[in-house]
Design a protein around this ligand. Sequence first.
Ligand SMILES: Cc1cc2nc3c(=O)[nH]c(=O)nc-3n(C[C@H](O)[C@H](O)[C@H](O)COP(=O)(O)OP(=O)(O)OC[C@H]3O[C@@H](n4cnc5c(N)ncnc54)[C@H](O)[C@@H]3O)c2cc1C
Length: 356
Amino acid sequence: MQPQFLILGAGITGAALAHRLARQGAGVTILDAGLPASAASGRSFGWVNASFFLSDAHFHLRHAAMQAHQALAIELGLDPQPQGCLWYEETGVDFDHRHAALVRLGYPLRLLDRAAIAALEPHLANPPDRALFFPTEQAVDLVQLTGLLLAAATAGGGQLITGTPALALTEAQGKVTGIRTAQGAIVADQVILACGTGTPALLAPLGLRFAMLHRPGAIFRSQPVPPLLSHIIAAPAQELRQDAQGHLIAPASAAHQSESAETVANPTVLLADTLARLRGMFPRADIQPDRLILAERPVPGDGLPVIGPVLPGLSMAVMHSGATLAPHVANLLSAELLGQGKDPALTPFRPARFFA
Ligand SMILES: Cc1cc2nc3c(=O)[nH]c(=O)nc-3n(C[C@H](O)[C@H](O)[C@H](O)COP(=O)(O)OP(=O)(O)OC[C@H]3O[C@@H](n4cnc5c(N)ncnc54)[C@H](O)[C@@H]3O)c2cc1C
């Protein structure tokens, strides 16, 4: 008989894992304190990339995840064509170093001059002298993707429970046996924590201290505008993309993936500053604000993803860059949970480094 899996968290990580497990015939329940994609996954910039990375192993995990996104898009009947990214976030020697590092790692890229940049993004005022073009990078709508994954998982026999916080993990004879909720207990052969910033509170009663960084973020969303840009833009002061509905989506801080601020500035100021930067980039467009979306990023203490077994009966998958990593992590972790083998690509990202 297939083991019963209980996934805590219906963001992109939990949804991708539930989908993979259900596709292989496993019994899956996915439980969320709120609604699917209501935490980080519903408030993300959604940039799928490996041009930001913290180590070679992190790069390779991210790069494989980009390919997993392509395969998943085809599987789900979505457009698999990435829009690509124009990157000139760093300048001078920092630009050269990033360029050299990505060439060394074999990342698909082209070095573009100002004319080529202007040809790709004709509405952009003051295109830079040079940029890297990453043709395989893309942005994903995580709310849509999470919804599709959950729909496929439940159509395949999985059960989705929303509005139900897991209050505590239950244990017997050294093994995690399930959870306690206000509505009663749920037992499972294996519980998987995919609950982002909710993870430390569930681990603490087991004597496991899981340190996470406090990394609040803010995303600016404009009212819809006619087609203005075709690629993700990573400029020194501003990252930006336009979604399928015409909204401009823009982190309110530059280089948001490596942001280390523990607080966000006054939302009114953030909104006004971001709006001013966007209007400076596209002076002929009528850009009006829609809203500023505040969020807490789920960032483990060392910034790297945390994936795999914690205790008998308990695993975890907690990460920033989950927009990028989730489909690949779901492939690797589901194989592991179903006894199909452990992938050495996960070795640097094991939970044991926190709990040794
Ligand atoms: C502003 C911002 C910008 C970002 N930009 C990017 C980007 O460009 N590229 C990229 O790759 N990543 C980006 N990220 C990160 C990415 O969005 C996250 O890593 C990803 O969404 C995490 O997904 P998750 O499913 O692991 O967690 P979440 O989406 O946070 O979901 C966790 C779920 O667990 C539930 N939960 C918590 N505690 C409990 C409990 N006790 N019981 C039951 N349920 C519980 C919550 O309700 C929530 O729904 C960004 C994040 C933010 C906030």
